[in-house]
Write a protein that binds this ligand. Structure first.
Ligand SMILES: [Zn+2]
Length: 330
């Protein structure tokens, strides 16, 4: 079978939505990109069943477009949790409430094809390294500011996994000793400040303290004050919105400067709704990093927005499958 004619299914399972697509083994543009809600309340079996239905739909559409189903050789799956390297067992997925779920075997038994599973943030980092803002990087750190902060580290094209598969959790670096409570149980984690959730919470507190802001007129109730609203207000010139983003940039830069001093990466790739505000977040992040990190390390590190964050997770899942199954190494 010619290498270039094999196809890989890919699935990115998020806490709220899952998306999937079919990739040629050399990457490129995917076929049949689809998404649906993640039925998280139905437990691992329900989520796997929904994922398999999505993969079936993708396979059907690809076959309609002329793909030979025999050339679809397996699936890469990204999940929001800690995945034991090589075994495909999710040891902990807080957003899904999973503990010790043999997710690879659940998929593999029903799909009838080999399946590889990895952490979703690792997949997203690898996807941006493969075909995105991390292309050509030797040591790249990726972070997605969403409900939490997903992190991944890619060195010489390989995900840094650590001994239990739990490396790269950059959202859980302590940046304030006795700071805000984090979902992980610790205090003062970067995620508690700079994730979408943290940004929304800080804005709500400022409004409760009486801060003047157009945000008050943009929402009907306090719980609608999200990071997206803060970003929109900032872009429209609102002072509180801009202040919250500047603070976010400082928190983020404190964490990134530490990582830069420890790892000396050449690229940091950031994704998430607030990153799309461009200069409002990224410029102050770059300035603050320059103030905090060792000059030699800061000068050689490019901080950039992710190029294709919507597809990075599925793309990285496909590459993980290609590496582990088609090439036979991790
Ligand atoms: Zn934490």
């Amino acid at each position: 079978m010619a290498r270039s004619r094999r196809w890989i299914l890919a699935l990115d399972v998020g806490g709220t939505n899952m998306s999937g697509a079919l990739f040629k083994e050399d990457g490129g543009n995917p076929l049949a990109v689809k998404s649906r809600r993640t039925p998280a309340a139905e437990g691992p079996e329900g989520v796997v069943a929904a994922g398999l239905r999505l993969l079936d739909d993708i396979r059907d559409e690809a076959v309609d477009q002329g793909v030979d189903p025999k050339r679809i050789v397996g699936a890469g799956v990204g999940v929001p949790g800690t995945v034991e390297p090589g075994r495909g067992i999710v040891s902990l997925a807080p957003n899904l409430g999973w503990r010790d779920v043999p997710i690879r075997d659940l998929f593999q038994d029903q799909l009838g094809l080999p399946v590889v599973v990895d952490n979703d943030a690792n997949c997203a980092a690898l996807g941006e390294w493969w075909v995105g803002a991390g292309r050509g990087s030797r040591l790249m750190i990726a972070a997605t500011l969403g409900t939490g902060i997903g992190g991944g580290i890619v060195q010489e094209g390989r995900v840094l996994r650590g001994v239990a598969g739990a490396a790269g959790e950059i959202g859980h670096m302590t940046i304030e000793m006795d700071g805000r409570s984090c979902q992980c149980g610790n205090q003062g984690c970067l995620e508690a400040y700079a994730s979408g959730t943290g940004i929304g919470a800080r804005a709500r507190e400022a409004l409760r303290d009486g801060a003047e802001s157009a945000i008050r007129h943009m929402v009907d109730s306090e719980d609608q004050v999200t990071a997206a609203v803060v970003a929109q207000a900032a872009q429209e010139g609102d002072m509180l919105g801009r202040l919250i983003l500047r603070e976010t940039a400082r928190y983020l830069a404190a964490g990134l400067a530490s990582l830069i001093n420890v790892l000396n990466p050449d690229r940091i790739v950031l994704a998430g709704g607030v990153v799309k505000t461009g200069g409002l977040l990224l410029d102050p992040v770059r300035e603050e990093v320059r103030r905090r990190a060792f000059p030699a390390s800061a000068e050689t590190c490019v901080i950039a927005a992710a190029r294709d964050p919507e597809l990075a997770g599925v793309r990285g899942a496909a590459l993980t499958f290609q590496r582990e199954v088609l090439e036979g190494h991790r």
